[in-house]
Design a protein around this ligand. Structure first.
Ligand code: ATP
Ligand code: MG
Length: 449
C-alpha cells in the first residue's frame, strides 16, 4: 500500500531532464528495469563502463522492452573501438567488413557491441548513382549514432547502470503514440538505403504501429529504388518479414503500398490465382501461428509453399507433353527454382529440402503395398505431411487424403494393414517384371503413371 503510494508520488515527481541534445527519461517514467536486460548485455555494459567507456543497450531491444515484448537479442553501442572492446572481453571476436562489430560470448548468448557511428558527411559519402550509401563505417559519438539510425523508436539508448533512457529524436513520445517515424528527411533516408522502406512495413506490422504520414508518403514514388539493392540483402529482409510472426500483415501491407512487385516476382503471379493465393496465405498464417507457439519454422518449407503452385503448373505442362509424373516433376522443380533464382536469390542450400517436400506430395498418393510404410520412415515426413495438410485446407486436394495419412501414422499395425488400398494389377505386373530382370532389386519407390 505504502509502496504503491510512494511509487505514485515518485512517478509524479519524476521528470525528463535534458542532457545536451538528448532527453533523459528516468526509470520512474519508462519502467524498464535493469533485470529485464539479458545477463550478457548487463555484463558487456558493466565491464565497458568499468573500463572507462560509455556503453548502452540500443535499438530493437530497448524498443521491444518499452512495448512489453521480449527482445530477440540485445545490442550494445559504445564509444570503445572494436579493438578496445576486444581487449575488455577475452571471449569475443571482431566480425563484419562493412561495419566492424564485436561479438561477445557469454555461454549461449552472443551480445553484439558496435562502436558509435556517424553518418558520413555528404562530401565523403560513397554512394552509387542513385544516392545509395555504399560505406558508412565512420566512428562518431552517441548523438551521431542516434542520427544514423532509421526510426525514432529504434534510436533509444538504455543505460543499465542508471536505468535511464537517452532520446535524441523524440522516440519515447513516438513509442507512446504508437508511431513509426523516420529520423531526418524520409526521402533522403530511403535514397541512402531503400531497404528502410521494407523495414517500415515489417516493423509497423510486427509492432502494430502506424507509419507516420511523412514517413509513408515518399514510398510510392521511391519504390523502384529497391531494384538497385543487392539480391542477398533483399532476400534477408524478405525472410525477416516471412519469419516475423506477422507475415500475413506484412504481405497485406506490401500489397497496400504496392511494394510487392518485383520483390517476390513469382508471388505476384501466384497471388492472382485463387487457389494459389489461398494456399500461400494459409502457409503464412500457419507459419505465424507456429512462431507464436515457439515452434521451429524452416525457410525451406516456406519457400516450398510460396513456389508450389508454380511447380504444379509446370508439372502439368510437362505431363501434357507426354512425360511421366516423376520425370515431369523433376523437370518442373528445376525450371521453377532456376527462374526464381535469377531474381530472388534463394540460397541453393534450401533446394534439397524443397525438392524433398515437393516430391513427397506425389508419394502421398501411393497408398498400396510397402510404399506408405517407407514414406513414414522418411526423415522429413513431418514437413511433407504438414505441407499436404495445407494443400487439403486450400482445397487443392481432397481432405480425405490428409485424413487417411493422419490416421495411418497413429494406428496399430493391424489397422494399417486394413487401411492399405489394393495394389493395382498393372503395378504388380511391373514389379514382377522388374524382379525377374534384377533378382536383387526391391520394389521401387516411384509412383506409377
Ligand atoms: P528486429 O526486432 O527485427 O531485430 P531491429 O530494429 O532490432 O528489429 P536490426 O536489424 O536488428 O533491427 O537492427 C538493429 C538496429 O540498427 C535498429 O534498431 C536500428 O537502430 C539500426 N538499423 C538497422 N537497420 C538499419 C537501416 N537500414 N538504417 C538505419 N538504421 C538501421
Ligand atoms: Mg535486432
Amino acid at each position: 500500500m505504502i509502496n504503491k503510494f510512494l511509487k505514485r508520488v515518485f512517478r509524479k515527481s519524476a521528470k525528463v531532464r535534458s542532457s545536451g541534445n538528448a532527453q533523459v527519461i528516468p526509470f520512474e517514467l519508462h519502467g524498464v528495469s535493469r533485470d529485464q536486460i539479458s545477463y550478457g548485455a548487463q555484463k558487456v555494459t558493466d565491464w565497458l563502463q568499468a573500463a572507462g567507456y560509455q556503453a548502452y543497450v540500443v535499438g530493437g531491444a530497448v524498443r521491444d522492452l518499452l512495448l512489453n515484448r521480449i527482445p530477440k537479442d540485445f545490442d550494445v553501442a559504445t564509444d570503445a573501438t572494436p579493438e578496445e572492446v576486444r581487449r575488455v572481453f577475452r571471449r569475443s571476436r571482431i566480425i563484419g567488413r562493412r561495419f566492424r562489430l564485436v561479438h561477445v560470448m557469454f555461454g549461449e548468448e552472443v551480445v553484439e557491441a558496435s562502436t558509435f557511428r556517424s553518418m558520413i558527411e555528404a562530401e565523403d559519402a560513397q554512394t552509387d548513382e542513385h544516392g545509395r550509401l555504399l560505406r558508412d563505417n565512420q566512428f562518431g559519438d552517441q548523438e551521431q549514432d542516434a542520427a544514423r539510425r532509421d526510426f525514432t523508436v529504434n534510436a533509444l539508448f538504455y543505460d543499465p547502470a542508471t536505468q535511464e533512457i537517452h532520446d535524441y529524436h523524440g522516440g519515447y513520445a513516438d513509442m507512446r503514440a504508437n508511431m513509426l517515424r523516420m529520423i531526418g528527411d524520409p526521402a533522403v533516408r530511403y535514397r541512402e538505403d531503400p531497404v528502410r522502406m521494407l523495414r517500415a512495413v515489417r516493423l509497423s506490422a510486427k509492432l502494430e504501429m502506424r507509419i507516420d504520414a511523412a514517413t509513408a508518403a515518399p514510398i510510392a514514388r521511391m519504390k523502384d529504388l529497391l531494384d538497385n539493392v543487392p539480391q542477398a540483402r533483399l532476400l534477408d529482409e524478405v525472410l525477416k518479414m516471412l519469419l516475423s510472426g506477422h507475415s500475413v500483415e506484412c504481405i497485406q501491407q506490401l500489397h497496400k503500398m504496392n511494394l510487392h512487385h518485383g520483390l517476390l516476382p513469382l508471388l505476384d503471379v501466384i497471388l492472382e490465382q485463387p487457389l494459389g493465393e489461398k494456399f500461400v496465405m494459409l502457409a503464412l498464417r500457419n507459419t505465424d501461428e507456429r512462431i507464436s507457439q515457439d515452434k521451429p519454422v524452416s525457410p525451406a518449407f516456406l519457400f516450398a509453399a510460396l513456389l508450389w503452385h508454380e511447380v504444379l503448373a509446370a508439372w502439368k505442362l510437362h505431363q501434357q507433353q507426354g512425360e511421366r509424373p516423376v520425370g515431369a516433376m523433376h523437370a518442373a522443380m528445376d525450371e521453377v527454382l532456376g527462374k526464381q533464382k535469377a531474381r530472388l536469390a534463394i540460397p541453393h542450400r534450401h533446394d534439397a529440402v524443397m525438392k524433398e517436400i515437393w516430391l513427397m506430395q506425389l508419394r502421398f498418393e501411393q497408398r498400396a503395398g510397402q510404399r506408405p510404410f517407407r514414406l513414414l520412415e522418411q526423415p522429413r515426413f513431418r514437413a511433407g505431411f504438414d505441407f499436404l495438410l495445407l494443400r487439403c485446407a486450400s482445397g487443392e486436394v481432397d481432405d480425405e487424403l490428409g485424413l487417411w495419412w493422419d490416421e495411418f501414422q497413429n494406428v496399430s499395425a493391424e489397422r494399417r494393414a486394413e487401411m492399405l488400398q489394393p495394389e493395382q494389377a498393372a503395378d504388380k505386373k511391373r514389379r514382377r517384371r522388374k524382379l525377374r530382370r534384377k533378382p536383387e532389386a526391391t520394389a521401387t519407390d516411384e509412383p506409377v503413371a
